[in-house]
Design a binder for this molecule. Structure first.
Ligand code: C5P
Length: 185
């Protein structure tokens, strides 16, 4: 979404060769960035793995759906008069997979939380073998999905926590890149 596009634009402005792997969105493709459009988590996983070997920094801002329907119908489903149960199964955790094969690459994740924000994000940083996780409380009105601003806490691999003030997603993208550059591999 907006945060991923802001990251891609900021990195491109700094002269990085950027590949933006994007799920469905109405945002315009940033100029100077190679955009790969995908629809499902599986397609995103395949695209990410394809570009992974050549990448030195991977920033995963995509809000990937954690579940998908087990069954997908060809035709419109007719309504019945009973309650409807949908069976969902998990999607691949792309970032976790990358964490297992990261080598010398820098991996940055995002975590959208509504409770125990910092603690949950720290667990994710460890589970997914990240260098940095950008954490926000999505229950706040000025932070998270669809907004142009974000209020986040950065959490580093060495345990350092850095709460940042409210700022635009464009400004935040630059702050994140400054921090990424400072990470020792
Ligand atoms: O576990 P959770 O979904 O909260 O973790 C968020 C981070 O993991 C984000 O960086 C997101 O892009 C990534 N993720 C992923 N594949 C998924 C779910 C999340 O890469 N299926």
């Amino acid at each position: 979404g907006k945060m991923g596009y802001a990251m891609a634009k900021a990195a491109c402005r700094r002269g990085a060769k950027v590949v933006l792997i994007s799920g469905p969105t109405s945002l315009d493709s940033p100029r100077g960035v190679e955009v790969v459009r995908v629809r499902t988590a599986k397609e995103m996983e395949e695209a990410v793995l394809q570009y992974f070997a050549a990448a030195s920094i991977i920033i995963k801002a995509a809000a990937v759906s954690d579940y998908k329907p087990v069954e997908v119908l060809e035709q419109k489903m007719k309504k019945g008069d009973k309650n409807l149960m949908l069976e969902l199964c998990g999607t691949p955790d792309i970032l976790k997979r990358l964490g297992g094969i990261k080598g010398g690459r820098i991996l940055v994740g995002f975590a959208a939380e509504t409770e125990n924000v910092v603690e949950n994000a720290e667990t994710k940083l460890k589970e997914k073998n990240l260098d940095l996780i950008v954490t926000n409380d999505v229950s706040m009105p000025d932070s998270g999905f669809g907004t142009d601003t974000n209020r986040v806490t950065l959490i580093f691999r060495d345990g350092r926590r850095e709460p940042l003030p409210l700022m635009s997603k464009d400004e935040l993208a630059d702050v994140i890149l400054d921090k990424v550059i400072g990470i020792k591999r």
